[in-house]
Design a protein around this ligand. Structure first.
Ligand code: ZN
Ligand code: ZN
Length: 309
């Protein structure tokens, strides 16, 4: 999954209403233009940050890979007709942050090449540029802070890991978007929506299976000794085998390159486990890293002892 940043100073309203990005395939005299050519690298599931007159208006997730399409009639600029189009699902913000207010951080986080802002913090002339996850997440956090109430802040914060799992099917992406929309609806609107919604069938997913060593899992649980390593409470119940029920959690996800190793695994209760995955809180991660380090130390002591026998 890739991240992009688009300057839509000439066309935000039209493109937002139509749910797309569009750029000509070439400029005057057939000249290729790099910030238009960039359109060719957008794929389904990619995340786009939308800016208009220095404001971050929305983020979106591409619904399909880019394709060749003529200039939509509602675009008035005198561009040539052959263009590239990306159909994308916009999620607009109620309150928008201004990029110049956070420019120092944006310059620090933006990619080294094809970045949206130049060294002195001005937007580069052009349409589509590269972004990255760090930049995206920072923008989401700042936008969340700018919202007027807790609920609106939460709605934005939920976009932090928007579109993760690049293997998501169109159906899954659709559900993600519907979920965000649903959370913003009044009970009345929601009731109508439920009445109107039709079943959408199913889609097969290709998912990657990571090996998780059952030995490491059991070792960590034995070290936890029946208590959640996060909240310290007793395991909520006993398994049929009479072992306290705890769940293993990888502090850095295997999908993100985390290792299946003692210093990356903790044993926690289902409540804490859910909480960690739902909130994805940085402070939790730091705490858990510390716990996993302790697990490793305890394991090493045990190993040394086992070898001495
Ligand atoms: Zn717990
Ligand atoms: Zn987990």
């Amino acid at each position: 999954m890739n991240y992009f940043f688009v300057f839509q100073n000439k066309s935000y309203d039209e493109e937002y209403r139509g749910g797309y990005l569009w750029a000509p395939q070439s400029g005057r005299g057939g000249k290729r233009v790099s910030h238009w050519e960039k359109m060719k690298s957008v794929k389904r599931g990619d995340i786009i940050i939308h800016s208009f007159q220095k404001k971050i208006m929305a983020v979106s997730i591409a619904q399909k890979d880019v394709y060749a399409a003529n200039k939509p009639t509602e675009l008035s600029e005198e561009w040539q007709h052959e263009g590239w189009r990306v159909d994308t699902q916009y999620i607009p913000f109620l309150e928008q942050i201004i990029t110049s207010d956070i420019m120092d951080k944006l310059l620090e986080l933006q990619p080294k090449t094809d970045a949206p802002f130049n060294r002195i913090g001005r937007g580069n002339t052009g349409y589509l540029f590269e972004a990255n996850k760090e930049m995206y997440q920072y923008i989401i956090q700042q936008t969340a802070l700018a919202q007027n109430n807790v609920l609106d802040k939460q709605r934005v914060i939920e976009l932090l890991n928007f579109g993760e799992n690049s293997k998501k099917t169109e159906l899954e992406v659709e559900m993600d978007i519907e979920e965000i929309a649903a959370k913003q609806m009044s009970p009345e609107k929601l009731a109508k929506q439920v009445a109107d919604s039709k079943p959408k069938g199913s889609q097969k997913t290709e998912s990657v299976v990571y090996y998780r060593s059952p030995y490491i899992k059991e070792m960590v649980k034995q070290i936890a000794d029946g208590k959640c390593q996060m909240c310290g409470e007793d395991a909520p119940f006993y398994e049929a085998s009479n072992k306290p029920y705890l769940e293993e959690h990888h502090v850095k996800r295997l999908a993100d390159g985390g290792k299946d190793a003692m210093d990356n695994v903790v044993a926690i209760c289902p409540n804490c486990h859910r909480k960690i995955h739902v909130l994805n809180d940085e402070v939790d991660t730091i705490v858990l890293e510390g716990i996993a380090k302790q697990n490793e130390k305890q394991y090493e002591r045990l190993l040394a002892y086992a070898k001495s026998l």
